[in-house]
Ligand binder design. Structure first.
Ligand code: SAH
Length: 602
């Protein structure tokens, strides 16, 4: 249930100041700019029509700083389903007009009002009900859902034609509106968490006041051991028995210790609500305070923790409680809609991502998406700087390049607080980088609060692949990677590995070849290699690949000297089969053929 961030579209540099003002009041909004006409934007596009239609199809709210006609003509072919239309607005380049065009059922008018405030103008709202009664019946505020949206239009027409309305139940946005309220009215608006019948003359709004607390006896069942259909059926039965509408369910609430249980998300998905977590301390706090339920009973068992969860999430009253042999569920009712954004915390996420060697064109879409959605970035400052505008508006936790274990610990602790942490590595995060450090800490320290974190590793293009691509195909046959750094492993092991790799005639990618303190290792590696490889073996020295100051040079093994390399260089040493092909500009291609004739090995 991720909310898609709004896209503010600028077609020229004149629109940028207005675009930036709009973005300042829309958290997460992305600035889209036409390539060649705009600079300093989040996303640069060349095809206006395609970009706009894709955003629309994905349900992104669209704010075009352009004429209404352009937006209308571009989106016209897609206008099929009013309920699914995202808000679309046109804003004049000088900020003097804000025109809501589409998405009346999805909040376009309130978005227009929000933008109009920052631009200091009056929004061009044309929806009659909205103007007359200050209310959009079809588009209730967050915390309420309309059970019979298809009846809203004629209901509003009736009111505009002079009928009055009676409120059953209460909701501030309705009580404070200019609706023609009368006690004897035949039209009714009912606000209730109960499952009731709606009709064309009775609109029913369900407030998000129902909290479902869930606990498991087994926090982490082996995958596939059983489904979650039994739990889903029980929760639905409980709602039915308590006559509660599932549209009133605000969320599923659980202990952080149960966060990794896949059944939890399945139950929440079945109800179309999010899951939020409370720590054991928070649950224990409610257990000790609560006096509506027998205190001694609260202090033990999964059933009691489920009750405590429902109570802490709702600040209300327990309605129903049931359990099976390995699952327990309690439902409580809150006096007002539960704001899911400030109740408990989402499941913590930790994504260890690889940005590739440098530029954004070598960064995978998955990595870009994680960067966009993360709340916190953890990493070495040089790598954090590589993520460019995707890293803005996030908390940065920078550190020294050598403090990997401390960094992994920080990242896990932040994720355990419910944050979405991206641990940023250059290249691939699993190759001499942070992914292994995270798992080392996870295994060795194994804090219980880390168990519920959702951990993902997103691959990136490693330095050796980028270097190989720049020069041809030197990794075209069997190859291996060896780090020449003897900080985390003894030189004797490195020596052994180089010897074995040389004997086996692998192409070898050397990472961390030379640093200010470590200069002799590369010379020593060369000496070992010369025992098995021809002095003319091609050696690729690739420095700062994909970044400013990129250089890719080809030397022979015999001429390789440590001064040619540094910590930003990856070295590819050819096998006995690696070839060079001259190019007409005087440079060469290097490649290793896929076919192998054993007699050619030195
Ligand atoms: N995770 C990274 C490797 C980190 S180890 C990856 O997959 O690429 C650091 C070493 O990687 C450096 O000493 C250098 O050997 C190599 N390296 C990283 N980025 C590089 C780049 N842009 N150009 C050349 N070598 C690079």
């Amino acid at each position: 249930m991720t909310k898609i961030p709004p896209a503010v579209i600028a077609l020229g540099s004149n629109s940028i100041p207005v675009a930036k003002k709009i973005i300042s009041v829309l958290p997460g909004a992305q600035l889209y700019g036409l390539a060649g006409r705009t600079y300093d934007v989040d996303v640069s596009f060349t095809e206006f029509g395609t970009t706009l239609r894709e955003l629309f199809a994905h349900g992104a709210p669209i704010i075009g700083i352009c004429a209404t006609g352009i937006l209308i003509r571009t989106l016209a072919p897609l206008l099929a389903n009013k309920r699914q239309e995202p808000p679309v607005l046109a804003v004049a380049e000088d900020g003097s007009a804000v025109v809501p065009l589409l998405g009346g059922l999805n909040g376009v008018n309130s978005l227009a009002r929000q933008i109009a405030v920052v631009l200091n103008v009056k929004p061009a709202i044309t929806t009659t009900g909205d103007i007359r009664f200050g209310i959009a019946l079809e588009d209730p505020p967050v915390g309420y859902s309309l059970a019979n949206p298809d009846d809203a239009k004629s209901f509003m027409s009736d009111l505009l034609a002079g009928n009055s309305v009676r409120l059953e139940g209460s909701a501030p946005w309705l009580n404070n509106s200019a609706l023609p309220i009368a006690e004897d009215a035949t039209r009714v608006i009912q606000i209730t968490e109960k499952h009731v019948v709606s009709t064309p003359t009775r609109l029913v709004y369900h407030p998000a006041t129902v909290a479902i607390g869930i606990t498991f006896l087994n926090p982490c069942l082996p995958k596939g051991e059983r489904g979650s259909s039994e739990e889903i059926a029980l929760v639905q039965q409980m709602l039915a028995d308590a006559e509660l509408a599932s549209a009133s369910v605000a969320g599923v609430f659980a202990s952080t210790l149960d966060a990794a249980n896949p059944a939890l998300q399945k139950i929440a998905d079945a109800l179309n609500v999010p899951v939020r977590f409370f720590t054991s301390d928070e649950i224990a706090g409610v257990m000790s305070q609560n006096n509506t339920v027998d205190r001694a009973m609260l202090q033990q068992g999964a059933a009691q923790r489920a009750i405590a969860l429902a109570l802490v999430a709702s600040s209300g009253q327990l309605v129903i409680q049931r359990q099976t042999s390995d699952f327990s569920c309690a439902i409580a009712l809150s006096p007002s809609p539960i704001n899911i954004n400030i109740t408990g915390r989402p499941r913590g996420r930790l994504a260890v991502i690889g940005t590739g060697p440098g530029g954004s064109n070598w960064m995978s879409p998955q990595v870009q998406e994680f960067l966009r959605n993360a709340t916190d970035l953890v990493g070495y400052s040089t790598y954090l700087n590589l993520v460019g505008s995707l890293g803005k508006d996030k908390r940065w936790h920078e550190s020294d390049n050598r403090e990997e274990i401390a960094r992994a610990r920080v990242a896990l602790d932040l994720a355990a607080e419910g944050r979405f942490v991206a641990v940023v590595s250059s290249g691939d995060p699993g190759i001499y980088a942070m992914a292994a450090a995270v798992f080392e800490v996870l295994e060795k320290e194994a804090k219980p609060e880390w168990q519920g974190i959702e951990i993902q590793v997103a691959p990136g293009i490693s330095a050796m692949q980028a270097a190989a691509a720049k020069i041809g195909a030197p990794l075209g046959h069997d190859f291996c990677a060896i780090s020449l750094s003897d900080i985390l492993k003894p030189w004797s092991i490195i020596e052994q590995r180089i010897t074995a790799a040389a004997q086996a005639d692998f192409v070898i990618a050397f990472y961390n070849p030379v640093s200010k303190q470590r200069t002799w290792q590369l010379a020593e590696a060369k000496n070992i290699l010369l025992r098995y490889r021809h002095p003319d073996t091609p050696v690729v020295l690739a420095r700062n690949v994909g970044r400013d100051g990129e250089s890719v040079q080809v030397w022979t093994l015999e001429n390789l000297v440590p001064e040619l390399a540094d910590m930003r260089t990856v070295i590819l040493v050819g096998s006995s089969k690696t070839q060079m092909i001259a190019r007409c500009d005087g440079s060469v291609w290097v490649y290793t053929p896929r076919r192998y004739d054993e007699d050619k090995i030195l």
